[in-house]
Design a protein around this ligand. Sequence first.
Ligand SMILES: C[S@@+](CC[C@H](N)C(=O)[O-])C[C@H]1O[C@@H](n2cnc3c(N)ncnc32)[C@H](O)[C@@H]1O
Length: 272
Amino acid sequence: MSGNPLAVVEPWDLVADGYAEFGSAIMSPFSARALELAGLSAGSQVVDIAAGPGTLSLPAAEQVAQVHAIDFSEPMLQRLAEDARAAGLTNIETSVGDGQALPFDDDRFDAGFSMFGLMFFPDRTKGFAELFRVLRPGATAVVSSWAPVAESSLMRMMFGAFAAADPSIQEPQPNFLNLENPAVFAAEMRTAGFAGVTIQRHTTALTFADSDEMWDTMVRSSAPLLLMRRAVGEPVWAERAALMRAYLAANYRPNQPLSTTAFLGIGHKPVP
Ligand SMILES: C[S@@+](CC[C@H](N)C(=O)[O-])C[C@H]1O[C@@H](n2cnc3c(N)ncnc32)[C@H](O)[C@@H]1O
């Protein structure tokens, strides 16, 4: 088991509404890029593993025959279903379940995705193996994971704010043993059976009207910030939030572009 506090469902349940409303500006460009890379057609059957509120499923459903979205957080999938209804999309099926044990037959889908989801699984080997199993031969998979914090000015700004509130919090060093390392990422996909594996770097820039908008976006959509708040309790959180806001006010220039970088792992299931 991993000790990652984001490997369990509770923080995702609690952050689902804020993530759906405020997180999509940060996450959507990566799903858009993944959809381009997958080369879908109007008849495609797609699986979106750890789909969240539908960051990829909703735009995918406009391009393909059917999307199956699975996530272990029911509130996330409720948001997805509401937004699908509002958009008049009738070709998305949702399942509450674990991405490490998919409730689907073998060789079923024409494309499979896990955007910033499989990266949290305690057993990534199982996650990749399950993704591989449910794809038909010839199908494409795209999986995304964040690049090291040092490569994303948005994340560096946030860690600067965390450190201003609690000097014991340091910007994390790159972890060469997980998907932050493109060599590990590619090796894990190949071990699952994927062929033609490439790892592409994708960067997007975000701007906020001012530091308050940046703070509101992060605090309402970020599961790690929610965990920090719960860990320290409300009185300490109020002090820390004031320090973090002050840091952002001093360091974020209105409309300053900040970057986020992710790795997208692409591979296909070989035709025997
Ligand atoms: C950062 S969000 C990503 C959501 C969406 N794919 C996106 O790109 O915006 C991570 C999602 O992974 C889900 N998740 C994490 N571990 C999971 C697991 N073992 N099985 C299914 N879903 C999981 C969470 O509930 C959450 O919705």
